[in-house]
Design a protein around this ligand. Structure first.
Ligand code: URC
Length: 309
């Protein structure tokens, strides 16, 4: 049956892969590195007959896709999920000529090497919490492939040196202007590499970009830097990153404003100026921007024009 035009893709998600690496390749060594991530594979191509006529000849089973995730994890040496994603995508393009686009999305858990009395442990790690490192590689048979890397749920806070004032007031405004508040957010961001993604060097690049975001958010260690709004600070974080990393084309960022309110202690005869607060995760502000390295890149990738983003 073919009644209506269609677009289609399919795949496997939440494939959990853990790879323990013995980087010295020495059986006697007790030193290990660890990769812990979830993979999503999505295939596109000449698949229409599968949807319209139930013809399964082009349908690579999603179960095979899952197996391939483990096969590639064993077969290739990688030191970043981006490098793994590129090898995994290439495998599908090489093996199945009717597939012309592969999306590999990865969410990586952080494990921090444990430090015992000032010395890093060979093989013990502490779970890094909610923060995840992400990547999304879209491999296209026509050669127009793109790599996005990112971070999610990196929670940061300014305990002072943040304000919000000068906004329009109307009969529905209750928010008091302030020069001193808590600014708490989860950094949710992706950055898209241009035509020459740093294969083999993603790990270092991503750590530099992460440090850059944190450095600009915080300002100098002594005294910090005043933030007029979430909007102002996030734009500065993105601009500085683009300046320091010309290999990045554009940065998408969402900073939920995780509000912290003063608890009303006047009822107990106590004043309270940003000393005792309570967190209100819901609702949180949603502040977003995409910052491009130049106008042409913006025209090609205008992320807000497409509402399915
Ligand atoms: O930095 C801010 N930006 C806003 O747009 C906003 N809106 C709001 O209620 N508080 C804040 N804070």
């Amino acid at each position: 049956m073919k009644d209506y035009p269609l677009n289609m893709r399919y795949g496997k998600s939440k494939v959990h892969v853990m790879k323990i690496i013995n980087p010295m390749n020495d059986e006697n060594s007790k030193f290990r590195d660890v990769f812990d991530f979830d993979v999503e594979v999505l295939l596109q191509g000449d698949l229409e007959s599968a949807y319209t006529y139930g013809d399964n000849t082009p349908v690579v089973p999603t179960d095979t896709m899952k197996n391939t995730c483990y096969y590639i994890a064993k077969k290739v040496h990688f030191d970043s999920t981006e490098d793994y994603a590129m090898d995994l995508a290439d495998h599908f393009l090489q093996k199945y000529p009717h597939i012309d686009q592969v999306d590999i999305k990865i969410e990586q858990n952080s494990w921090n090497r444990i430090n015992v009395d000032g010395e890093y442990h060979d093989h013990c790690f502490a779970f890094g919490g909610n923060e995840k490192h992400n990547c999304h590689y879209r491999a296209n048979r026509n050669g127009n492939s793109k790599m996005k890397s990112g971070i999610s749920y990196l929670r940061v806070m300014k305990a002072t040196q943040s304000g919000f004032e000068g906004y329009p007031m109307c009969d529905l405004t209750t928010l008091p202007p302030t020069k001193d508040r808590v600014f708490c957010t989860d950094i949710m961001t992706t950055w898209t590499y241009g035509d020459n993604p740093p294969k083999g060097k993603f790990q270092t690049k991503n750590m530099e970009i992460r440090s850059n975001f944190i450095k600009v958010f915080s300002g100098p260690p002594k005294g910090g830097e005043y933030s007029k709004s979430v909007q102002e600070t996030m734009y500065k974080m993105c601009c500085t990153t683009l300046k320091n990393h010309p290999e990045v084309d554009f940065i998408e960022m969402t900073l939920p404003n995780i509000h912290h309110f003063n608890f009303d202690l006047t009822r107990f005869g106590m004043d309270n100026k940003n000393e005792v607060l309570f967190r209100s995760d819901k609702p949180s502000g949603t502040i977003e921007c995409t910052v491009y390295k130049d106008e042409a890149t913006k025209q090609e990738n205008n992320t807000y024009e497409n509402y399915t983003r």
